[in-house]
Design a protein around this ligand. Structure first.
Ligand SMILES: *[C@@H]1O[C@H](CO)[C@@H](O)[C@H](O)[C@H]1NC(C)=O
Length: 251
């Protein structure tokens, strides 16, 4: 899935930078091997005229000098370089493209971010209306921060401000990040407790339906009591350019 997405995104980039002769296109896609073939077929000057690097000045990655080992893979970065927000992706499902938001010392999809800032902080309070991650956890201004964790039930939570408490057996952190350099979106996922990623589990206890975020494990203890009600999703990360931290604390 990851590799496939990278290829889909890489293909137009290569195509847009490839000049008109078809042999150059394939040389760019296949790397050194084709370049060597060109060298065999043409004299040096001619080959230089066709070298892809002369026509790809605006390309962000130098694929001509570092051809991918395969057109269907990328070397992802695994440490985010910027703060980011997250949206859920599972096309055709009711949660598709909903933002992942903090509230109730856990995460849900859609419905808004729950945050707090003391009156004494006044105009220095961050907006607090978006759930922003920095590194692999939520980013807050409150002294001591707030630690994200995964409970043995699968529920993804975070500590209350000024407290280190997390339920027994919880694993701090738990999110993995990866992003292909050419991709507009990164991804967060989790493998703690053998999870195969993230899932959204319906919770109708407050009258209105909402989806609570869990690690996707078969024995998760979910609000409806039936893990089959949950919807697996890909956590797409979007670079965030606003003020960081984006909240004093999430509640
Ligand atoms: C958050 O609040 C700020 C102002 O406090 C506003 O400019 C911004 O549009 C809001 N963002 C969202 C996602 O609601």
């Amino acid at each position: 899935m990851r590799s496939f997405a990278c290829f889909l995104l890489a293909a137009p980039l290569l195509a847009s930078c490839a000049p008109s002769p078809p042999d150059k296109h394939s040389g760019h896609r296949h790397g050194d091997h084709d370049d060597l073939d060109h060298h065999d077929d043409h004299d040096g000057d001619h080959w230089e005229d066709h070298h892809p690097s002369t026509s790809c000045g605006s390309q962000p990655t130098k694929t001509s000098s570092t051809p991918p080992t395969s057109t269907t893979s990328c070397v992802p970065i695994t440490t985010p370089t910027k703060a980011f927000t997250v949206i859920a992706a599972h096309s055709g499902s009711p949660i598709h493209l909903l933002p992942l938001e903090a509230g109730g010392l856990g995460f849900h999809l859609g419905g808004g971010t729950a945050s707090y800032c003391p009156e004494s902080v006044g105009s220095s309070c961050p907006p607090g209306n978006q759930t922003v991650f920095l590194g692999s956890s939520i980013s807050v201004l409150v002294p001591g921060g707030q630690q994200q964790y995964v409970e043995p039930t699968g529920r993804v939570g975070y500590t209350q401000a000024h407290s280190a408490y997390m339920p027994t057996g919880s694993i701090p952190g738990g999110f993995n990040y990866y992003k292909c350099p050419s991709e507009p979106y990164g991804h967060i996922t989790t493998s703690v407790f053998g999870a195969t990623g993230l899932m959204a589990c319906p919770d109708g206890s407050l009258g209105t339906q909402k989806y609570v975020v869990f690690a996707n494990i078969p024995n998760a203890v979910v609000p409806s009591g039936n893990v089959q009600d949950c919807i697996g999703f890909d956590g797409l990360t979007i670079d965030y350019d606003g003020p960081v931290p984006a909240a004093w604390q999430y509640t």
